[in-house]
Ligand binder design. Structure first.
Ligand code: NAD
Length: 472
């Protein structure tokens, strides 16, 4: 009986399909026999997670940096560690309240009975993690899944192998394998992972692989949350304070060298503002990344295949519309790529057809706001949309006439860090959302319960029906 002797039968670090399947069966059995119905046990898991992050943060940042051949430590701190810590604090503060059974309304016909919603753990949750923020995109869903009382298997990305190993060891140290285990391996193992009959599977990664994951999950009727990618546009309105817009857009594009799912992918702006945008962006980069040759604040691209992909996009563009913001050229050995603005690329070019995921920023000109909105709406629904401007009515038009996973007004990226806001995509950018209460509910069964009164309500449903349902 695996549930009775976890130490011999369960595994914290999984590197092959057989062990994966055995550990899944073990967790599934435990989740059926010993569901985590109390808050204390969940709070303990969140405490373990917090202790792990506190103790291992330096090792995590070092491993991530090694995978990127340099990832800025500051970026790992504020884009991965900070939202992880604050996410745990938020869950610890509110989780006990979220899990309470609550009364809801009832039709007068059924009084004095009452209705309740009772949140329950789903059981075993699978989390599939990409390489770009491999820490936060493992921890974020893990917080929500543990807070909701689930047991969890996490598949790390093969493209960030040093961190994957470091993270797997840390989880094995801080968690019982009866609660959380980590899977480390190549794509074949990822395929086996997505084929397991999880009670819920959350996948973060590309849209193409997301389709495969959903197909695999469908065979088990496993519900999925898909956190996918795509091209997140920025619309700069005519009256926008351009310096402020450039400041924030460039921050969003240079963070992690553009390898952010919600990075501003391209900018729509009035044609007359193109030259000033480029000049301001150059100034911005020189100011914030002085001495770029020795600058440790700037991250590198994850691997050669990824670098070659985006170099291919650039090779297709005419040289005179390509504006690197730094003297230092792309380095094939270190995978450093400076920010590059491409002014008015062909809408059919690969650069404008694919998610860029690198520090390349196309500027697309528009004549009227209707044109800009139509440009966005002619393409797959984006994960994020950013609008810069002052006139409320124009901002409102953009908000109501476009559909995207999330929006920031006069800002980029930070909607992802709001624990009070659900985070997710729509259409090709994803299915479902999580974070905070939305995440708790994502990984809970919100079970409807009808409770009859001791006084017994009316019973209309007993034959003989007599006159009650007589025809005519
Ligand atoms: P990736 O290559 O690391 O893949 C993600 C996961 O999918 C990994 O765990 C990998 O093992 C697994 N995988 C790969 N092939 C598979 C297959 N055939 N079947 C099942 N699983 C498989 O990451 P990626 O896809 O390059 O990640 C980048 C993409 O992720 C971008 O499109 C980005 O926009 C998106 N992303 C989205 C979010 C979000 O929250 N919506 C966050 C970060 C990244």
């Amino acid at each position: 009986d695996p549930a009775a002797s976890p130490a011999q039968n369960s595994y914290s670090i999984i590197t092959d399909t057989e062990t994966l399947q055995a550990q899944f069966a073990h967790l599934q059995q435990l989740s059926r026999q010993q569901p985590i119905t109390d808050w204390a046990m969940r709070a303990e898991q969140l405490d373990n997670l917090e202790a792990m992050l506190r103790d291992e943060q330096a090792a995590f940042a070092t491993a991530i940096s090694a995978d990127f051949n340099h990832r800025s430590y500051a970026e790992t701190q504020f884009a991965e560690l900070f939202p992880s810590f604050t996410g745990i604090t938020h869950a610890k503060k509110h989780g006990k309240g979220w899990m309470k059974t609550r009364r809801v309304g009832i039709s007068a016909l059924y009084l004095p009975a009452h209705n309740e919603i009772q949140p329950q753990p789903l059981g075993v949750v699978g989390i599939m993690v990409p390489w770009n923020y491999p820490l936060y995109l493992a921890i974020g869903p893990l917080i929500d899944a543990l807070c909701a009382g689930n047991r969890v298997l996490i598949k790390m990305s093969e493209s960030a192998p040093r961190f994957a190993e470091c993270f797997a060891k840390a989880i094995a140290h801080y968690f019982s394998p009866d609660m959380v285990a980590v899977v480390v391996g190549e794509v074949a193992l990822a395929e086996a992972f997505s084929a397991l009959p999880f009670d819920h599977l959350l996948y973060t990664g590309s849209t193409e692989v997301g389709k495969k994951v959903m197909r695999a999950a469908a065979a088990n009727l496993t519900p999925v949350t898909l956190e996918l990618g795509g091209k997140s546009p920025v619309i700069v309105l005519e009256d926008a304070a351009l310096e402020n817009a450039v400041n924030r857009i460039m921050m969003g594009k240079t963070l992690n060298a553009g390898q952010t799912c919600i990075a501003p992918d391209y900018v729509l702006l009035p044609k007359a503002q193109h030259p000033r945008f480029i000049a301001l962006a150059k100034e911005w980069f020189a100011k914030h990344y002085p001495d770029i040759g020795n600058n440790t604040d700037y991250s590198h691209l994850i691997n050669d295949a990824h670098l070659q992909r985006v170099q291919g996009y650039l090779a297709e563009q005419p040289v005179d519309i390509t504006h690197p913001l730094s003297e230092l050229p792309t380095d094939d050995d270190t995978r450093f790529m400076p920010p590059i603005i491409v002014a008015e690329p062909d809408a059919d070019s690969a650069l404008m057809q694919n998610e860029i995921f690198a520090p390349i920023l196309p500027l697309v000109h528009y004549d009227t706001l209707n044109d800009a909105i139509a440009f966005v709406n002619a393409r797959p629904r984006p994960l994020a949309l950013y609008v810069f401007g002052q006139k409320e009515s124009a901002i409102e038009r953009v908000r109501t006439q476009t559909v995207s996973g999330g929006v920031c007004v006069n800002e980029v990226l930070v909607h992802v860090a709001q624990h009070e806001l659900p985070f997710g995509g729509i259409g090709h950018s994803g299915i479902g959302a999580y974070h905070g209460k939305a995440g708790f509910e994502r990984f809970s069964h919100l079970k409807p319960v009808f409770v009859q009164s001791k006084l017994n309500g009316m019973n209309l449903l007993l034959p003989p029906y007599g006159e009650l349902f007589k025809k005519g």
